[in-house]
Design a binder for this molecule. Structure first.
Ligand code: ZN
Length: 235
């Protein structure tokens, strides 16, 4: 069976915006989903609306494929997990070797709810920007976790649900290049200007790679990826 429709887990950051472009280039009908889990960088929920508006304005050949946008309240996640993403605490590495930005079970919940929504909306593929080459090594972003979730969700809903992960094996420099390949300089500029990555929700400082504090783990990763990409691209 040919897949024609997708639901993109779209937070409004660089990765999920690149995934959205990937889905729009590939599928006939694309819907988007985000979660409000009282994240500290709640500004990303505004960024995502700006990104959707700009994609519709600047990419007319994609705009007609872009369907409903969904926002689900997942406040319960903030009340069960004590992490630096949901509480006012400093970023650090835990004894487990994981950064304290890890929200246990977050992606598992996201994918389960996304699959339930996809079921209702009759969408065939879940697209998510999880990545194993990411610095943080979140266990719920691993390829094996995604494959296990795909199997569990497909069995549990008695419907084939594919989980597509276009960024799984590429680094941040290659993610910028993927955006360039999918939508040219216009998409790269749109991502730099309108997406949000900074964990602190900082949007007063503009760097070549976008807005952010420039210091937190998410900003550092995005900035380093940009610099490597510019070097490799020779621009
Ligand atoms: Zn930052």
């Amino acid at each position: 069976m040919m897949q024609r429709s997708a639901l993109v887990l779209f937070s409004g950051g660089q990765d999920s915006t690149t995934c959205l472009a990937h889905a729009l280039a590939r599928y006939e009908r694309v819907e988007t989903l985000a979660f409000d889990y009282r994240q500290r960088h709640i500004v990303e929920l505004q960024s995502r609306l700006n990104v959707l508006r700009e994609i519709k304005a600047q990419f007319p050949h994609w705009a007609h494929k872009l369907g409903q946008d969904h926002l689900l309240d997942l406040g319960v996640l903030g009340s069960v997990s004590e992490t630096s993403l949901t509480r006012d605490m400093a970023f650090k590495m835990e004894a487990s070797g994981l950064p304290n930005t890890f929200v246990p079970g977050r992606n598992l919940l996201f994918l389960t709810l996304a699959a339930a929504l996809a079921y209702r909306r009759d969408l065939q593929v879940l697209v998510t920007g999880v990545c194993e080459t990411d610095f943080s090594g979140y266990p719920d972003c691993r390829d094996d976790t995604m494959k296990a979730m795909q199997l569990a969700l497909s069995l549990g809903m008695d419907r084939r649900i594919l989980i597509e992960t276009p960024l799984m094996w590429i680094d941040k420099a290659a993610t910028w290049q993927l955006a360039q390949d999918l939508g040219g300089t216009a998409l790269v500029d749109l991502i730099a200007e309108h997406t949000h990555t900074c964990y602190l929700g900082e949007r007063t400082q503009r760097h070549a790679w976008g807005w952010g504090c420039g210091q937190c783990p998410a900003c550092s990763l995005r900035a380093q990826g940009w610099q490597r990409w510019r070097l490799q691209a020779g621009v």
